[in-house]
Design a protein around this ligand. Structure first.
Ligand code: ASP
Length: 602
């Protein structure tokens, strides 16, 4: 074949095209030799099509085709024909046609791949990550890449239309506090000094507001050196934006429209606007978390006042000590077997509980190991408060209020899943608002920002900043979807005095504030407009939009839970000379490392 370049894409061929001569380029997905006829499924980025080699048409060609193996890269020229009715494959978009091969060029051979390019086959993830270029060939992964591209494109178009400018901010910068550890990059030119990779573009986007940019956005890479959980990556992408002269209403309206567009375009789901709102305190009180999944009820109930004078001493003591007795009611679990009931405390322990008390409302009355400590009247009151009926199960935890809520919040989700209370196809968007500005770090006993140190206090709470900082609510908000935090933002402080006051409450001395954030404070001196913004986690968003199993599936080259890139082997050791160049080791240390390295090599 003199000319091997494609004239058609495999996955796009349809019965209307029958009769044309096509030249296809792609990978041998599968081959079958059926009694002297060779069938090849040829794959390119658009899908598969069947190519047929008949020995009687051209013997040399057939023999050449017989040498083909999976993942060989080929070009085929042939005539597109309708498949005989009995061989039509209704599961394939190209299933009504096939290409009768006339010419073949093998563009490249391939070793037997260590993983099969097939969505139906589950493979060890480490293997997938090591051979990511093979893993990404799978149609599902190709789809994820495409959806991610669409999210970026739709977002850009949407924000462009709303008058936003896309502006890049530096990767090599100073620490931007978002509550995580920094990744540092040593400076060669300034020995002993370091750049920090940005935890977010926060400081720069605020400076841009002072610079007269009215609306900024960026699809921004952020870096946070945290212990990884299943849904975290050390580097991740945010749809980050900031607006001047706004209040939160304007930001909410804009974001609601954006996510509505994304969900409609990519999943067909029509969200209802405006999205409901819950204050942080209400969310935590009713659902035990600041990111409640509101697709099912099973809300938390506080029993403290009912049980504080019962014979059950644990309840009495906890309430007397300022804690709470909180519970949930699991419908239909009242007839759990002895074994299932015995397992409940262990389940609760997984969520941090020291113990769990249950009341099973069976046909023969209330079953509970602690029932004897309660009078019939008290038991009736408990059931009433819990709105429990025969067949239900009340579970209670007694602890510090915050902790008890958190545990029940976890159990609520667990039982919501177990009992399949979440309606198929439903999505609940929710704004959680009025977050406390500060929280107390229980270990260090220090006051920390709940969001980041730039969120503004609500005007009506400002009077308590110094006297009762923990009571102050911030103009900070989260966008929550089905119990997942999609994004976070706030209206910021734009006056130097207020920002300095907040730094002081956070224990940041004026010198430290000037050293670390002086450029922002100085910028505030020159006419900073009121401003605010938000950032959506793009990886999480795409995970939800695609229904992918893991966030790693929607990132082309993700890291493992240990922060490693299995494809490239990063993080990796570097040459001692490089360390010396960066002033990270002295000459003497360098020689020591070289000697050690040699020893290891031999
Ligand atoms: N910079 C914040 C974050 O990364 C988002 C924002 O407040 O706009 O969480």
């Amino acid at each position: 074949m003199t000319e091997w370049k494609r004239t058609y894409y495999c996955g796009k061929l349809r019965p209307e095209d029958v009769g044309v001569t096509v030249c296809l380029n792609g990978w041998v997905h599968r081959w079958r030799n059926h009694g002297g006829v060779l069938f090849i499924d040829l794959r390119d980025s658009t899908g598969l099509v069947q190519v047929v080699f008949h020995p009687e048409n051209n013997k040399d060609l057939f023999e050449q085709a017989e040498t083909l193996r999976n993942e060989n890269v080929i070009a085929v020229r042939g005539r597109l024909e309708k498949r005989p009715a009995e061989t039509v494959n209704p599961n394939l978009p190209t299933g009504e046609v096939e290409v009768i091969a006339q010419e073949l060029v093998i563009l490249n051979k391939a070793k037997t791949p260590p993983l099969q390019i097939d969505d139906r086959i589950t493979v060890d993830e480490a293997l997938r990550l090591r051979y990511r270029y093979l893993d990404l060939r799978r149609p599902e992964m190709q789809k994820y890449l495409a959806v991610r591209h669409r999210v970026a494109k739709l977002t850009r178009d949407f924000l462009d239309q709303k008058g936003f400018l896309e502006i890049e901010t530096p990767m090599l910068t100073r620490s931007t506090p978002e509550g995580a550890r920094d990744f540092l990059a040593p400076s060669r030119l300034s020995p002993g000094k370091f750049y920090a990779l940005p935890q977010s573009p926060q400081l720069f986007k605020q400076v841009l507001m002072v610079a007269g940019v009215d609306k900024y956005f960026q699809i921004a890479r952020c870096f946070r050196d945290e212990d990884l959980r299943a849904d975290r990556q050390p580097e991740f992408t945010q749809i980050d934006l900031e607006m001047a002269f706004v209040d939160r209403e304007e930001i909410f309206a804009l974001m609601e429209e954006l996510v509505q567009v994304l969900f409609k375009e990519l999943t067909g789901f029509e969200s209802v606007r405006p999205f409901p709102r819950l204050s942080y305190h209400e969310a935590v009180r009713r659902f035990g978390t600041d990111k409640p999944d509101t697709r099912f009820a099973m809300e938390l109930t506080d029993f403290s006042d009912l049980v504080k004078e019962t014979e059950f001493s644990i309840f009495r003591q906890v309430v007397a000590g300022g804690g709470s007795v909180i519970g949930i009611t699991a419908p239909g679990c009242g007839n759990y077997s002895r074994r299932e009931l015995d397992e409940l405390p262990r389940l609760a322990a997984d969520f941090g509980a020291r113990g769990l008390v249950y009341f099973a409302l069976t046909g023969e009355g209330i079953k509970s190991p602690v029932a004897k400590f309660f009078t019939p009247g008290q038991l009736t009151a408990i059931c009433e408060r819990a709105q429990a009926r025969e067949g239900d199960l009340i579970m209670m935890v007694a602890d510090e209020t915050e902790k008890a809520r958190e545990i029940l919040g976890g159990l609520r989700l667990e039982f919501g899943r177990r009992l399949q209370l979440i309606p198929e196809g439903r999505h609940d968007f929710l704004w959680v608002i009025d977050f406390p500005l500060f929280e107390l770090n229980k270990e260090t006993r220090r006051i920390e920002s709940m969001h980041n140190p730039f969120a503004a206090p609500l005007p009506e709470d400002r009077a308590f900043l110094e006297s009762e900082p923990l009571r102050v609510r911030g103009d900070a908000y989260d966008l929550v979807l089905d119990g997942v935090e999609l994004g976070s933002g706030s209206i910021r402080m734009h006056q130097r005095e207020l920002q300095e006051k907040v730094f002081a409450i956070l224990g940041i001395s004026p010198e430290e504030a000037r050293e670390k954030f002086g450029f922002l404070l100085n910028a505030f001196d020159y006419g900073a407009p009121p401003h605010g913004g938000i950032a959506l986690g793009m990886d999480r968003l795409v995970t939800i939009l695609t229904g992918a199993e893991s966030m790693r599936d929607v990132i082309a080259f993700p890291k493992t839970a240990a922060g490693a890139c299995l494809l490239t082997g990063a993080p990796a050791e570097v040459e001692p000379a490089q360390l010396q160049e960066l002033s990270l080791v002295s000459l003497a240390d360098r020689d020591l490392i070289v000697v050690k390295k040699r020893k290891n090599e031999t």
